[in-house]
Design a binder for this molecule. Structure first.
Ligand code: ADP
Length: 246
């Protein structure tokens, strides 16, 4: 079995508090793997450990079999591990067209401050156009990102992550805060993500989890409480008790 991403006995403490308690995850190549758990279960901490925002106290992280525990956040992206960008911090004043072109240039190694105008690069422009179309962003591609409807902003976040051509994509609540009338578009795009990209989804919305994921890891109090297929997890009485409050 090929693993796209793996953690081995990952531990993260904040002072005396153990936020990640001996977490070993095995994410298979091409999986749609959901990470669920109640508030405070430790989901965000694990994402921050996976992306390199936080360093673990002990344990290892492997990407495609390579130990990346000590690799910087930036270099993890280059190795194929992407998460959705926080566009309001990074790209708020830019248009979707500009930010997608920047992301593609970055990936191609042109650098953010390449001397020639971005629009002069035909290959980048063509790839940007097809990405914007795929993510239903053509209508709004010339608007400042902060003025986009919220659902379109979330789509842009995913488009920017996909522009990096990740092997593994970490999707953190892709439809959170998206108004009901825009939700189906965001969820549709999430379901259409390329099959060769392994997706780790952190999500509260159980409808999305059950319709999207093939495997689920349930976290509780920093530890993996249960792991299995959607069918196994959805009928596990302990999972229902701890997570669904039944
Ligand atoms: P989740 O994303 O599942 O809601 P988090 O990973 O955000 O959970 O948090 C897990 C626990 O770790 C919480 O009890 C939270 O208060 C604690 N925690 C998270 N980050 C820090 C931090 N920087 N310092 C201290 N405690 C933290």
């Amino acid at each position: 079995m090929t693993l796209a991403l793996e953690t081995r006995h990952l531990v993260k403490r904040f002072g005396g508090f153990i936020a990640t308690n001996d977490v070993s995850l095995q994410i298979r190549q091409g999986a749609r793997h959901a990470l669920i758990g109640p508030n405070g279960a430790g989901k965000t901490t694990i994402i921050n450990l996976l992306t390199g925002v936080l360093s673990p106290n002990s344990g290892e992280i492997l990407l495609g079999g390579e130990d990346i525990t000590s690799v910087s956040s930036y270099r993890r992206v280059g190795k194929g591990l992407s998460r959705t960008f926080q566009i309001n911090q990074l790209f708020g004043d830019l248009t979707p067209l500009d930010s997608v072109m920047l992301a593609i240039s970055e990936r191609k190694g042109h650098g953010r401050f390449a001397w020639r105008p971005l629009s002069a690069d035909r290959e980048v422009a063509d790839e940007a156009a097809s990405l914007l179309e795929r993510f239903r962003l053509v209508d709004v591609m010339g608007m400042p990102t902060t003025l986009l409807p919220y659902g379109k902003q979330r789509l842009l976040e995913i488009a920017l992550a996909i522009a990096m051509q990740p092997k593994v994509l970490l999707l953190d609540e892709p439809a959170a805060g998206v108004p009901e009338e825009e939700r189906h578009e965001v969820l549709g795009i999430v379901r259409e993500l390329p099959a060769n990209v392994t997706v780790v989804l952190i999500e509260h919305d159980m409808d999305l989890v059950f319709s999207f994921a093939d495997r689920i890891s349930v976290l509780a109090a920093g530890a993996v409480f249960a792991e299995g297929t959607v069918a196994e997890i959805s009928r596990d009485p302990q999972v229902k008790a701890i997570y669904l409050g039944e």
